[in-house]
Design a protein around this ligand. Structure first.
Ligand SMILES: Cc1cc2nc3c(=O)[nH]c(=O)nc-3n(C[C@H](O)[C@H](O)[C@H](O)COP(=O)(O)OP(=O)(O)OC[C@H]3O[C@@H](n4cnc5c(N)ncnc54)[C@H](O)[C@@H]3O)c2cc1C
Length: 324
């Protein structure tokens, strides 16, 4: 059976890796680049997917919540949060897929023609046939557009790298002026700190707050909701192309890879992908969506202030790092 995977980010590269032993898998990636990202992942991803731990740039045993000029330390029950560099991480995942037997081709999916995928490689348009196509082409999925499916719900984020602000762990800024409807963030990387917030205004305020002058790049991130189409006939969507980003925390890397595993297992065992995904994740995604909704109301203030107490710190950390 021929499987064509469009997009070689965490979702597509993982799906290709897990399927390449059993099927004839081709992985199409449009370019080598560093996806705008904080690069924060649960450390357990390294054991769950047998990944090389030398990809970990930092490990943290705490994070900070910043609100009304107060910094609340949240212990993570051990060094459970890792930082990766996305260009290195994504290309490593694609290499793993190739080691398992997938063919990696640099080209861009354009459209469908006579039930084949049109891929532009250099300046040539080639037709690829397939029995199954996996769309892992990110938040602006061209496959979704080509199939006339509604785009996935998303929000803009503004993001920059800076040398003017240093922090020893990940910081989350919850004042509305700094984080808009969600939160602002600063994650330490090797030399630079990656910072971001939602809308342009809150990003500007965050820069002022951190005493940083940076021009942001805008990039979309999915805002998951129930009942998004993740399969149409023999085309399956995974990762950002299926909006599988955890509400409230906006963790996408882990869930892109875990969803790719659910998809690969479903294909191998002839199971229904959507049902399998719902079994594993629907409940927790709905819970976090509810928390996200509460966070947008006046109750945000109460929710954040409660994090001064250990029971609330433990509850949030368990929900974030232990669950699902
Ligand atoms: C500013 C920002 C910060 C973030 N920070 C974090 C974080 O700290 N931790 C976290 O877990 N998540 C974070 N995320 C979310 C995370 O980046 C995504 O959820 C994750 O990358 C999803 O993986 P994916 O493989 O589904 O999609 P992507 O990583 O977007 O990969 C899709 C790949 O497909 C390629 N592609 C696209 N179109 C085509 C085409 N037509 N043909 C061929 N290839 C194509 C793209 O070049 C891309 O490499 C952040 C997102 C943003 C925007």
């Amino acid at each position: 059976m021929k499987i064509l995977v469009i997009g070689g980010g965490p979702a597509g590269a993982t799906a290709a890796r897990l399927l390449a032993n059993d099927f004839d898998v081709t992985l199409i990636q449009d370019k080598k680049w560093e996806k705008p990202c904080g690069g924060g992942v649960k450390k357990r991803i390294f054991d769950e997917f047998s990944l090389d731990k030398s990809l970990i740039k930092h490990l943290f045993d705490k994070v900070y919540m910043v609100y009304k000029n107060e910094k609340i330390e949240i212990p993570l029950k051990g060094k459970n949060l890792a930082i990766v560099k996305r260009d290195e991480f994504d290309s490593y995942l694609r290499d793993l897929a190739v080691k398992e037997g997938a063919k990696l081709i640099y080209g861009k999916f354009k459209d469908f023609e006579n039930k084949k995928a049109v891929i532009k490689i250099n300046n040539e348009k080639l037709l690829f046939d397939y029995d199954i196509l996996i769309a892992a082409d990110g938040v602006n999925s061209s496959v979704r557009k080509a199939l006339n499916l509604p785009g996935i719900p998303k929000t803009i984020t503004h993001y920059a790298k800076t040398s003017s602000y240093k922090t020893d762990t990940c910081e989350f800024f919850f004042d509305k002026e700094l984080g808009g409807e969600y939160y602002g963030w600063a994650f330490p990387h090797k030399d630079l700190t990656h910072i971001g917030s939602v809308d342009a205004k809150s990003f500007k305020n965050l820069c002022k707050y951190l005493n940083v002058k940076e021009k942001p790049r805008g990039y979309f991130i999915p805002t998951w909701k129930e009942n998004i189409t993740i399969q149409k006939g023999n085309v399956y969507f995974v990762g950002d192309a299926a909006a599988q980003v955890m509400p409230m925390t906006f963790e996408g890397i882990y869930y892109a890879m875990k969803s790719a595993k659910i998809l690969a297992d479903s294909i191998k065992k002839g199971l229904n992908y959507e049902q399998e995904w719902n079994k594993k994740y629907l409940k927790i995604f709905k819970q976090k969506k509810l928390i996200e909704t509460i966070h947008k109301t006046f109750l945000r203030h109460v929710m954040i202030k409660l994090h001064k107490f250990n029971f609330m710190k433990n509850f949030s950390v368990s929900l974030w790092l232990d669950n699902a």
